[in-house]
Each structure stands twice: as C-alpha cells, then as structure tokens.
Write a protein of this length. Structure first.
Length: 257
C-alpha cells in the first residue's frame, strides 16, 4: 500500500507531518537511493528504502500516550541547552514520540504524545475543534467582567485570543480558580488572556483533551491510550462550527477531572 512520503516519515517518528514536509523540501530524504525533494511522492513502507540524512528509516508501531506533565519540562524532543524535556519521562524506546500540541514549560497536566502524524493533525488543527479544558489559579480576585472579556476575545501581538467557556470555580481576595475551555490553544493563550486583564496566572493545569481526562494519573507518569479512547478522540475531532461562548458566574466545586 502506497502512502505519502511525509506521512511515512511522521508515522516512523521522524517528525510531525508539517516538519516532515520541511525535511523533504530541504532535500534530506532519499527513496531507493534517489533524492526525494518534492511533496506528493509516495512510498511502499514494506518494500522501499527510505533514508533521512543517510540514516535508514523504518516504520514503527504507532504509539499513543497520555502523560501528566510536571511544571519545568519542555514539550520538545530535544533541547540544545540540555534542559528537562517530556521525553525524559517516557521509556527510552519511546523517545521518538512527539507531543500533540504544547504546554509551556511552567504549565502542567494532560499532554498526549504520539508517532502518528494524522492523529496529531486531527487533534491540533483548529478546524477539527477538539476542546481542551484548563484550571488556572490566578492571583487576586477575578470578576465576572473579566470572564466576559475572556470569552469575547482580545487581540494580543496581532493574534485573536479567546476562551470558548470560562467558569469561576472559587474566588477570594488572594486568588481565584477558573476553569477555561479552548478550541485552538495558541502559544501561551491562557496566560496571555489573563495578562490582558492585568491578572497573573500562578498555576496552569490542563485537565482534559476532547473526551480524555487527566483523572488520577500521577504527576510525571504516563499511560497508553486504549482503543476505545482513540476512537472517542477521533470522533471528537470532526470539523464543527464553534459553539457560542458562555460564562458561568456561579462558584462551585469541580468534580475530579
């Protein structure tokens, strides 16, 4: 069965689909001894010899992992400064898996990792509308007016940032706990949304991606997603029109995500 070269590279854990396209265009890929530098080429994983930077690439069993990322780890496969990365938390034979989306270094919570480029695209591209939930501990008291701004959206550095839903869980003079639901998840979006209101996020935890919840997975630990979970994730990643933003002003305890 023939597959596109960039898909083969992504499934083999070389890089994400988009990054694999860049590798191909850079002329770093050879198929059966001939340079393949154009997109659209197809290969037979069972018979063709594929090399990247002269190193042979073999297809691998696809991997789907849920990790409870601790604060202080980077969502990358390598770091020239030798800082801690999420791959350090996985078995050594799984270090080729790449993060599905990002959590910044200081954020924590649910992170998915995979070797499946199609799966990664389905969960990260905005058109598929996979919802993600976060718990933000914010310094000071957050008012209903702040939540309205978060769901109406703000412009920051030329980007439109917006929470689909925002709910006040608890609030005091010293700090507030807010549950947010986002559709896109741009770079540091939650922190930038609160910063637009002069509010500082003290702790940020992602609790859910689509139907997959963090649950009781210990910090720094991982588990393999089950076939029913994969099926539910793919079912949730269907293109849809964004729902109307909503604000819940009632403070009440959260059930365990």
């Amino acid at each position: 069965m023939l597959v596109r070269l960039q898909k083969f590279l992504a499934d083999a854990g070389v890089a994400s689909r988009r990054a694999s396209e860049a590798i191909i265009l850079a002329g770093r890929v050879e198929v059966n001894g001939a340079k393949a530098s154009e997109l659209g080429a197809k290969v037979d994983p069972d018979h063709d010899e594929v090399r990247v930077d002269s190193q042979p690439i073999k297809s691998r069993r696809k991997l789907y992992v849920a990790l409870n990322k601790p604060a202080g780890y980077l969502c990358t496969r390598s770091d020239p400064e030798q800082r801690r990365i999420v791959a350090d938390l996985l078995p050594s034979e799984w270090r080729h898996a790449y993060p599905v989306g990002r959590l910044d270094c200081h954020s924590e919570g649910l992170l998915l990792l995979t070797t499946d480029g199609d799966f990664c695209l389905r969960l990260t591209h905005p058109r598929y509308g996979v919802r993600k939930k976060y718990l933000a501990t914010v310094e000071g008291r957050v008012e209903a007016s702040n939540l309205r701004v978060l769901t109406q959206g703000v412009t920051d550095e030329g980007e439109r940032l917006k929470a689909d839903k925002a709910r006040l869980v608890s609030s005091s003079r010293s700090q507030s706990l807010i549950e947010l639901e986002l559709l896109e998840g741009k770079k540091r979006e939650v922190r930038r949304l609160f910063a637009s209101q002069g509010l500082n996020v003290q702790r940020l935890q992602r609790t859910q991606i689509g139907p997959i919840k963090l649950g009781e997975l210990p910090v720094g630990k991982w588990r393999v997603l089950t076939p029913p979970e994969l099926k539910s994730l793919l079912a949730a990643s269907r293109p849809e029109a964004p729902a109307a933003a909503s604000v819940d002003r009632t403070a009440r305890p959260l059930s365990t995500p």
